[in-house]
Design a binder for this molecule. Structure first.
Ligand code: UD1
Ligand code: CA
Length: 479
């Protein structure tokens, strides 16, 4: 990073409730493509401030704190939450104790923030030596954003939407405050105490600092980023969340296409910001890929699949309608269509989990196959073993979970139940329909079902009659 940030810290304001989301979840925990707004903001700041990010939390503080992936952030509790100015005032002692000269303040509800944009802003302002700087945008519909007021080009203040009256404050301003500030702490600290809550929201606004700084002769800079810098837009409502999510989605898909991933039907593909695709992989929309997933070159993900935290190796094919979570699929495997692979599933190279197969905390060894209708939970399936249609592991006795071990080359006949804990030895054969409760030694045949009896004269009472289809159609209502 070009910026010398040893005396600059970052502060994320994330204590608010977010009433306009109409949701019990704190606003900053709403997600875009599977990542919370707060994690996205942290990820944008982390490369510049690897160890120097502080977060103001308040509403459902514990929930917000526990949701954060990055372990290096520090927290400041704001209780009660009396506005963004009050959030900064609450953070002040901690910022002072940390010996910072400047603080970058950003709203926690700006999920599209970009590291490069912040870096550029810091460089520009630190060189110019402003006491207070903030990024602005000029937009067609300023809506609920704070309006920037200038006289002869110089910023004299920011007025919140609810307090802004064009009759009183002059022409409708379409330059808005984006909520990204750089503050020289020594210069603004005494002004912070002058902020009042005498406004239409009864809140202490951080934005009041701007007029206070301007009138006391400090250097105030509003850097206008024009009308296309979508990365600075805030999210207050479900509609704004979806607008920002769609912006991010389209940007991510376009980036992977450019880098050489084949993304078919791109408008319906959702790829999370932490996903990595190797050039030469193929995805077909609609599909969703989230978390820390990675897809290798030559792997293919067919349509209607939802996947999170999966690793898909080269040459593997995920056929349509699969649901995959925390799954490791080695090269040349086939999954689905209609497979559900739950956390802790591993498919070693060349393995196959076919249609209507569910797996959990289980491993299919190299080349092993479960082609149809199986449940494989808490199990190890050896190299080249075959699990017949409808065979299941009974891993749960109502209280505890147990493991099943199936040796290399074993063959489990259709519709068998393997009652765990149980081992089926290498090369063993389990007869179809068996209920296996005891270990099966290597290379043995196990049959555990009652013998078939054929009893004469005890068949079905009569052959069913041919249905009278014509009479049937006459009775049908006329549409
Ligand atoms: C704020 C700005 C507005 C700007 C807009 C940009 C103020 C007064 N207004 O408005 O000028 O155009 O952002 O998106 O700052 N928060 C706290 N503690 C509180 C209240 C809020 O930490 O007591 C946090 C919220 O969790 C949120 C952020 O501060 O992440 C911004 O608060 P919000 O209420 O969304 O401010 P806006 O009305 O959007
Ligand atoms: Ca906001």
């Amino acid at each position: 990073m070009d910026v010398n940030t040893h005396n600059v810290g970052a502060l994320i304001l994330a204590a608010g409730k977010g009433s306009r989301m109409h949701s019990p979840l704190p606003k900053v925990l709403h997600s875009l493509l599977g990542e919370t707004m707060l994690d996205l903001v942290i990820n944008a700041l982390k490369p510049i401030f690897p160890k120097n990010i502080r977060i103001v939390i308040g509403h459902q503080a514990e929930l917000v704190k526990s949701s954060i992936r990055n372990q290096d952030c520090r927290f400041i509790t704001q209780e009660p939450q009396l506005g963004t100015g009050h959030a900064l005032l609450t953070a002040m002692p901690a910022l002072r104790a940390a010996g910072m000269e400047y603080i970058l303040v950003v709203n926690g509800d700006a999920p599209l923030l970009k590291t490069e944009r912040i870096n550029w802003f810091l460089n520009d302002i630190l060189k110019s030596g402003a006491n207070l700087a903030f990024m602005t945008m000029t937009i067609d519909l300023p809506g609920s954003y704070g309006r920037v007021i200038r006289h002869d080009g110089k910023v004299t203040g920011v007025l919140e939407a609810k307090d802004y009256d064009p009759l009183l404050h002059g022409q409708e301003s379409d330059e808005i405050n984006t909520g990204v500030y750089l503050l020289h702490l020594n210069s603004i600290e005494h002004l912070l105490k002058k902020i009042t809550c005498e406004n239409n929201n009864n809140e202490y606004y951080i934005t009041d600092l701007i007029a206070l700084a301007a009138t006391s002769g400090l250097r105030v800079t509003g850097l206008d980023q024009g009308n296309e810098e979508y990365s600075l837009l805030g999210v207050n409502t479900p509609a704004e969340l979806i607008r920002s999510e769609e912006t991010l989605r389209a940007e991510i898909v376009a980036t992977w296409l450019r880098k050489g991933a084949l993304v078919r039907n791109p408008a319906s593909v959702r790829i999370g910001p932490e996903v990595t695709l190797e050039p030469g992989c193929e995805l077909c929309g609609p599909c969703e890929l989230y978390g820390k997933s990675s897809i290798a070159c030559g792997a293919r993900l067919e349509s209607h699949t939802w996947a999170k935290d999966v690793r898909i190796g080269a040459g593997s094919v995920i056929r349509s309608f699969c649901h995959l979570e925390k799954v490791d699929i080695e090269p040349d495997c086939t999954v689905g269509p209609f497979a559900r692979l739950r956390p802790g599933t591993t498919l070693e190279s060349g393995a196959r989990a076919g249609n209507f197969v569910e797996m959990k905390n289980a491993r299919l060894g190299k080349g092993a196959k479960a082609g149809h209708l199986s449940y494989i939970g808490d199990a190890d399936v050896g190299l080249g073993a075959n699990i017949g249609a409808g065979a299941i592991t009974c891993n749960y006795d109502g209280k505890n979970k147990f493991r099943t071990h199936i040796g290399a080359g074993a063959f489990i006949g259709s519709n068998s139940s393997l009652v765990a804990p149980v081992n089926v030895g290498a090369g063993a054969l389990v007869g179809a329909g068996s209920v296996i409760t005891k270990n099966v030694p290597e290379n043995h045949l196990a049959v555990a079902r009652s013998k078939q009896k054929n009893i004469p004269g005890r068949g079905a009472p009569a052959h069913p009659e041919e249905p009278d289809l014509q009479a049937d159609s006459k009775n049908r209502p006329d549409f």
